[in-house]
Design a binder for this molecule. Structure first.
Ligand code: ADP
Ligand code: MG
Length: 482
């Protein structure tokens, strides 16, 4: 059951603008790269000069198809571009080309884990559209400039049903969607640059009541702000209702400085936009053969890969889910696991030592100074008993700091080879028993823990190279004869 906030149920639906990773714009040849000098990437079409005509970018359509297939949606055989009419300085045509009545992607679901609970959010649609330009207020004292570099950048707007019931669930959905589109490479996912922008529609109601009136929080570009904005908005709406006021449908902005949402404008209805099919663009017709070709060439999706890690490598679900958090980590794990033939050991080290070091250095896995091959070689030595787990960490450390590159050479140079020789170990065990009569007495008096102290002694005199399991067995055997 969804948890209530002061007796109210929270209802959230998302509209997410994902910028598609094409080189050129959705209807022109101008580049989409971020950060260029204002208006250097705006061609005649982006400037809305008379006589220009839009031409569909096939790469944008292909990415929309990939997304649709990934979420199990229907890819429309025929969809229609429409003009959404409104006036704004960063929209020189006076309308945005979007899709309205017939979008390219219809239905589908996004599945994810919220804690241990499996959640499914239904998608209404995903449609192709062009981005608008940008107003630059800060550049000139008291003036505003218009930068049309972003005008015509391809967007896929992904719309959910109002299926989410808490800010936690909404953020988990957004993270899953972000993971999916970046994994597939159809969007670079850079939230600071605006490549992945979420609008959260939020309402509250008493359980069982019809849907309440929603307010739409625009342009949330970080997961942290998303959570804060929704939590604030929910508290605010409940207060209004408790104070006897009604919620008016509105578009609001979140101000990270005050932590509050503020009304920007009362919400327009679709009728205000006077949508109509764009006469400059024919309907978008997608051949089934194309869809099947895209399906065949699509990258393995994170959920499918996680299932494979469980069935092929026998990993626990938790490991599989963690390792498939991003594609590079999954590939790194799989390479190491294959090379050393020890998937669970490889999983432990990738999720443990490796991620610990990456996090500490704020590095991505691509920047890891230890390669999957090196890790695999090191793990093989642990698996065959040549070195202990803790000696393994020492080898890893040496690899990480770049002092040496070959795990076997490090093991020899640092004298880390595990002592497995029975006769040699026995000598050390006899020594330890003779030197620690107090621990021996305690053990014989029934204090099991005294054994650990004796094992510790042997490990110390062997400089950590003794095989601790063997030491323990030998000690027990000797002590039985006391
Ligand atoms: P519009 O196109 O005018 O923004 P839609 O009906 O397409 O309106 O809905 C936009 C988003 O708002 C969808 O994600 C939908 O799930 C969500 N939504 C609709 N009604 C509610 C509601 N009462 N509470 C929360 N979210 C809602
Ligand atoms: Mg909307």
């Amino acid at each position: 059951m969804s948890k209530l906030v002061r007796g109210y149920e929270v209802v959230i639906g998302f509209e997410t603008h994902t910028q598609l990773s094409t080189q050129s714009k959705i209807f022109s040849r101008a580049a989409t790269a971020f950060g260029a000098e204002p208006n250097t990437q705006a061609c005649a079409l982006d400037l809305a000069l008379p006589g220009t005509l839009p031409v569909m970018n096939q790469g944008a359509v292909q990415r929309a198809i990939e997304f649709g297939l990934a979420v199990g949606a229907t890819i429309a055989e025929l969809s229609v571009f429409a003009r959404k009419n409104y006036f704004y300085p960063d929209l020189p045509k006076g309308y945005q080309i979007s899709q309205y009545e017939i979008p390219v992607v219809q239905g589908g679901t996004v599945e994810f884990l919220l804690g241990d609970e499996k959640k499914t959010v239904r998608l209404v649609r995903a449609h192709l559209e062009e981005d608008a330009g940008k107003s630059l207020h800060e550049e000139f004292a008291g003036q505003t400039g218009i930068d049309l570099n972003r005008a015509g950048t391809p967007l896929l707007e992904i719309v959910t049903e109002p299926d989410m019931r808490s800010s936690d669930e909404a953020v988990a959905y957004a993270k899953e969607l972000h993971k999916l589109v970046t994994w597939m490479g159809i969007c670079d996912g850079n939230m600071q640059e605006g490549s992945f922008r979420c609008d959260a529609n939020v309402s509250v109601r008493k359980p069982g009541a019809p849907l309440g009136t929603r307010r739409e929080i625009k342009n949330l570009n970080s997961f942290k702000f998303m959570q804060q904005a929704i939590d604030y908005e929910v508290r605010w709406q409940i207060e209004q209702i408790e104070d006897g006021r009604t919620i008016e449908q509105a578009t609001v902005l979140f101000d990270p400085d005050s932590g509050e949402t503020r009304a920007m404008r009362t919400k327009e209805d679709a009728a205000d936009y006077r949508y109509f099919p764009d006469p400059d663009l024919p309907p978008l017709v997608i051949d089934r053969i194309w869809v099947e070709r895209v399906r065949a060439e699509m990258t393995e999706l994170p959920r499918v890969m996680a299932q494979r890690f469980v069935s092929v490598y026998g990993l626990p679900e938790y490991d599989a889910a963690t390792l498939t958090h991003n594609k590079e980590t999954a590939a790194y794990f799989e390479q190491a696991a294959k090379l050393c033939g020890q998937p669970k050991l490889a999983s432990n080290w990738v999720m443990g030592e490796l991620s610990r070091r990456l996090n500490a250095g704020e590095l991505g896995i691509a920047q890891a100074p230890v390669s999957a091959e090196q890790l695999a070689q090191l793990l093989s030595r642990i698996a065959d008993g040549s070195i202990s787990n803790s000696a393994g960490r020492q080898v890893f450390e040496t690899l990480w700091t770049g002092q040496a590159t070959d795990p076997d050479a490090i093991i020899e140079a640092q004298g880390l080879r595990q002592m497995n020789d029975g006769a040699e170990l026995e000598k050390l065990v006899v020594q330890a028993l003779a030197a620690n009569p107090k621990s021996v007495q305690e053990f014989l008096a029934g204090k099991e823990k005294a054994l650990n102290a004796l094992v510790g002694q042997v490990m110390k005199t062997s400089k950590g190279t003794a095989n601790p399991d063997q030491v323990q067995l030998l000690l027990k055997a000797k002590l039985q004869k006391f």
